[in-house]
Ligand binder design. Sequence first.
Ligand code: MLT
Length: 322
Amino acid sequence: MRRSLPLAAGLLACLPALADYPDKPVTLVVPFAAGGPTDKVARDLAEALRKPLGATLIIENIGGVGGTLGANRVAKAAPDGYTLLLHHIGLASATALYRTLPYKTLEDFEYLGMVNEVPMTLVGRASLPANTYAELARWLDANKGKINLAHAGTGSASHLCGLLFQAAIKIDMTTVPYKGTAPAMNDLLGGQVDIMCDQTTNTTGQIESGKVKAYVVTTTKRLAAPALAKLPTAEEAGLKGFNVSVWHGLYAPRGTPKAVVDKINAALRVALTDADFHKRQEALGAVIINDARLAPAEHKKFVEAEINKLGPVIKAAGQYAD
Ligand code: MLT
């Protein structure tokens, strides 16, 4: 019986901490640079989670290697509920794109529930001599070998979208990686790069102000947001099989106690009904998740299905992968 004593003592020792969770600020890791689309979702979510979770969430931006550095920081963090990760489709595409990753996507995280889906837009520098997708297609064809496409690193959503775009039009481009699409957008605004495929949470304001040119949205239906409603879908523009919607989910390190996982999931469900969160996200084209994928088990099943779906898609586009 003595063998079970240390284990029981260990469990008892952590019970007060569990009961009081959270009793200090929680770190929310964003695996891309501040100011980009992932960061925008995270900051809106942190505000909506503050009350239902009963803690301040402090954003920590860890960009680099297509989001895998930040993901690994959380995979290796203490499983105590005080280090969480907000990540997106890149968690799945990186699994298909990297031969080795410093973490195991389906084993090293607790899945806490999904957050939203964000459409992508194909945007270009304001000085591009192309105002419609047809004109852009002609310009791309005439400038083969001289086109620079920006993204947030191999495995990021912008990289995946760029990969699928190159495969759809069969034109190879010079791809320029950044620690996030906030710095990438700066170079697009400055004319240092030609085009980028990025989430509407980062491009809507620039499209509205005319600082970038917008060509298509990557959703199967046109978007409701006023600044984006006039944009044709990729399908309408003749781009077959080029549909990308960037889903976001919340994660904790594997081994985070179930009571803590359940508390965070319950708080997430409340946060996603927050009126201000809805208003801010929907104004940028995002759609809040309100289905079975709010549950951790369904969230994990969805990500596994996405990994299995994206693998062959990325392999087929492989000649364009960095
Ligand atoms: C991406 O995957 O492209 C990221 O969302 C970019 C970012 O958030 O900075």
